[in-house]
Write a protein that binds this ligand. Structure first.
Ligand SMILES: Nc1ncnc2c1ncn2[C@@H]1O[C@H](COP(=O)(O)OP(=O)(O)OP(=O)(O)O)[C@@H](O)[C@H]1O
Length: 276
């Protein structure tokens, strides 16, 4: 397999992103090396998803550049961009499974780039890919649910299916956009531990956005704090105090509605911290 050998897997240079009048990212610089597990922390609207979407080539910079696995996303033609996106897997807060399909068929959709044409029904998938999908389901502890409809599973189980689907891409980078925001503390722990274990087993580079400070402190190698689209903290997690991490959220002039959002997020962070 054509694995990149340089240790810098993601290089973001002076990335600015505007959506109309809204500046979502402001001159962001970030380098992520192979095997790092990085958490993006910040309030709602601070730019976490926008940053992840640039790394996945789903958004193009207004200014600056994003290089992933040695390739500048700006300079890629659509085919090359699709090929790059095949090496970068993403999981989402709402899992994004097809509810009416079986679990194993959902996992197989992670291999759509490896087959020609659409697939209608399990029998139309090559045997080797079905076997691979079952192996990934076994890894996430859900082999016994392979032939259930996806919507029969709990939220935590559905996120584990989404992880198995991501593995079907045989990715080098895993992006996770608030992967546990819809889950209870116990399921959150299961999902986050699984991501860490699988990342270590496969040498995956992980960039994950989270709202929960305590979870981020216990889970990541490095924390990057965003506020109003700017990087306000970028530091190894080891030795980082909770108070220092909380400064990401502080010293901002906020409206009443933003204040309510901060209070609600901090109470979620506290609840998760207590439960984990
Ligand atoms: N497609 C879009 N069109 C217009 N504005 C957008 C778009 N995507 C994001 N934004 C704006 O960019 C800013 C950053 O949004 P983003 O979703 O990246 O933040 P976030 O930190 O991921 O928030 P959350 O934690 O709520 O997901 C926000 O002001 C948002 O409204």
């Amino acid at each position: 397999m054509n694995r990149t050998t340089t240790s810098s897997i993601i290089t973001i240079t002076d990335l600015t992103k505007d959506f109309g009048e809204t500046r979502a990212l402001r001159a962001v610089n970030l380098t992520v090396t192979r095997g790092e597990v990085v958490v993006l922390l910040g309030l709602s609207g601070s730019g976490k998803s926008t940053l992840l979407r640039h790394i996945d080539g789903l958004e193009m910079p207004t200014e600056g550049d994003v290089t992933v696995l040695g390739q500048s996303v700006r300079s890629l033609r659509p085919t090359a961009l699709r090929s790059l996106r095949g090496r970068v897997a993403m999981i989402f807060q709402q899992f994004e499974l097809v509810p009416s399909l079986t679990v194993v068929e959902n996992v197989l959709t992670g291999a759509l780039a490896r087959v020609r044409g659409p697939r209608l029904g399990l029998s139309t998938w090559p045997k080797n890919l079905k076997q691979e999908a079952l192996t990934h389901l076994d890894r996430v502890g859900l082999l016994h649910r392979a032939y259930n409809r996806a919507d029969q599973l709990s939220g935590g189980q559905q996120q584990r299916v989404a992880i198995a689907r991501a593995l079907m891409q045989n990715p080098e980078v895993l992006l996770a956009d608030e992967p546990v925001a819809s889950l209870d503390p116990e399921s959150s722990d299961v999902v986050m531990n699984l991501i860490r274990e699988i990342a270590a087993e496969r040498g995956l580079t992980v960039v994950c956005s989270l709202h929960q400070v305590d979870l981020a402190l216990g889970w990541s190698d490095r924390i990057v704090g965003l506020r109003h689209g700017e990087v306000v903290l970028d530091t190894p997690t080891t030795g980082l105090s909770r108070d220092r991490a909380m400064e990401i959220y502080g010293h901002v002039s906020v409206s009443t509605s933003e204040f309510a959002a901060i209070e609600s997020e901090l109470s979620v962070a506290g609840a998760v911290g207590a439960g984990s």
